[in-house]
Design a protein around this ligand. Structure first.
Ligand code: 4NP
Length: 164
């Protein structure tokens, strides 16, 4: 199917707090789809498995690192809502193994298995198995997360364009 006939699809990125990794993934993917003029075909959002930071903007350290690479992070944190998000989103992309098993665990009837992914699934480097939590790390941790997310988002978009 060509992009002209692509049905609208939606992606939800999920981490723990929704203030570091998943808002960065959201910002990176939004930039990619803006550059490719796919804004009308793809909806992008992010959420956390915990609600502790609900309503907050992205962590200032992540905002600063993202800005250096040309990404503006504007989203506000929210908690993953199993009642709405499983139905609504086509791709639910988790950052680490804990997020992945938490989201799988919320899918009580195992109806949405086919929608739940790990960001590392889209990274060609086999050494990348998770997007590590940078919250207690220094500058390098944040920069490393953005490296992984740039590759993962780019490959995920290629996959979506091929399938849809
Ligand atoms: P994130 O990082 O899951 O990438 O948003 C974290 C943010 C906050 C906390 C842990 C990780 N926290 O413990 O408050």
């Amino acid at each position: 199917m060509t992009i002209d006939t692509m049905e609208k699809k939606s992606i939800l990125f999920v981490c723990l707090g929704n203030i570091c990794r998943s808002p960065a993934a959201e910002g990176i993917m939004k930039k990619l789809i803006e550059v490719e003029k796919l804004d009308l075909e793809l909806e992008v959002d992010s959420a956390g498995t915990m609600g502790y930071h609900t309503g907050e903007g992205a962590d200032p350290r992540m905002k600063r690192h993202a800005k250096k690479r040309g990404y503006n992070l504007t989203s506000l944190a929210r908690k993953f809502d199993p009642e709405k998000d499983f139905d609504h989103f086509d791709y639910i992309v988790t950052m680490d193994n804990q997020n992945y098993s938490d989201i799988k665990g919320l899918d009580i009837k195992k109806k949405f298995n086919h929608k739940i992914f790990k960001m590392a699934d889209f990274c060609k480097n086999n050494n990348i198995t998770e997007v590590p939590d940078p919250y207690y790390e220094g500058d390098e941790g944040f920069s490393h997360v953005i490296d992984i997310l740039e590759e993962g988002c780019s490959n995920l978009l290629i996959k979506i364009k091929k399938i849809e």
